[in-house]
Design a protein around this ligand. Sequence first.
Ligand code: ADP
Length: 492
Amino acid sequence: MIGNAPDNIPIDLFRVLFEKSPGSLLIKTDAPRFTIVAASDAYLKTTLLPRDAVIGKGFFEIYQDDIDESTDIIARKIFSYVIRTGEKVDVPVYRFDIVEPGADRKTPHYWSFSNIPIMDDKQVAYILGTFTDITAEVKAKEAAQESEHRLLLAAEATGMAFWGLAVADNSLSHSPQLAEIFGHPPGTPITLDHVRAQVHPDDMENIVIKAYQQALVEGSYFYEVRIFWPDDSLHWIRTKGIVQFNKNKEPIRMLGTIVDVTESKRDEIRKNDFIAMASHELKTPLTSLKAYLQLMEIKLSGTSDPFVKTAVAKSGNQVNKMTALIHGFLDLSKIEPGKLKLVRTAFDINLLIEEVMTESRVLSNTHSLRFESSGELNINADRAKIGQVISNLINNAIKYSPRGSYVNLQCEADDDNVVVSVTDEGIGIKPKDQEKIFQRFYRAEEDQYKHISGFGIGLYLSSEIIQRHKGRLWVKSREGEGSTFYFSLPVG
Ligand code: ADP
């Protein structure tokens, strides 16, 4: 071919062009020798071979050290196939180790190469081998496979499963562990319908559907729910995921992990049952302690000893505080899914606010509570529980703001919702804490809070109660200036 360059290209120019082409080798089809007649600079550079060590040599003379018997056979087979059929043969990945510049021994290198027939009088006269160094790609792929393998091993060890959900057609892909988490034999394909049929119906309605809709807007997904295995046993799962959006910000896929948390849930339930039992047992002695203190107060009304009077009053206050805490614990233990039942009635929310304010004034008169009722406003909800939420917000407003300051309540309504707000002039809440204060046991870690007693359960309970009513509880606050807590409830 070199000797037969096309008429309009001088042979020297053709040689230069070939030598400057990327990784190429021109091999004469003089089997079994396969003489190399030309090699490009790029090829020689990557193989670190001088040109005169290559040109004129038989292909298998040069590579005999590197090609083992099987590759030798494969290479010969490829060459003879190209010669016989006149068709090009591509070898996508081929290992051929070379010594890199500055190194003292060979390192693994991977190449992809094509064997292109060059015809001369209807016969394949030459084979043009073009080589591309794909070591980096192969190593990246190996690394990716290795890390995927490690991830799968870690997932298997921790009992975690991976899942992916295509939003368009709800098709679910998952790692094999998902089947076991849902109580099926390993490897059983699990569909979204399986998952939905196994989730406890209450959790499906209250948690899963809401979390799904929220995730499509907010981009992240998290929940813990109860599922039934095919043998009817009850288990708990925790899933966490993210949503991938396309350029138009439309959700396309959800990806996440899922774990069985039955054991830790059972522990939690046992702990809750213990708290409930202990709180219940503590209630009785506290009630009689309170009754004795009230009796003492009456008996001591005539006494002139100021110490005894104050001591009895202070003891009464402490008993009240303890009673409130114990009630909080009791409520907390009832919050487990399925345990918090709503008893809905139609009532006037403005009237309820006034009642709760009156109770709060009796318990503490350190702040000025203000509320202007806009008249009768009926909603359908659990009156006692909504009262508990309002009371909790007022108590917090009092707890976290200076004596003598104002606590303002408001209630506004539109066609769909009522929104109740409680505003204080207190210490406020840092932005970083504003989301977290609704979590169970979360208290902002501030020196100024240290003397204020509490367990971080009031807001958690309140937000659970409001969520069960399909409403929302949120806060707006500025540190040092005060906070406003809002909750909304559907009017219907
Ligand atoms: P507790 O008051 O018993 O700690 P809560 O769940 O009622 O529990 O409140 C959680 C946390 O939220 C509090 O510890 C406090 O840090 C913060 N917080 C609640 N209400 C207010 C408020 N009105 N002003 C400032 N911080 C508040």
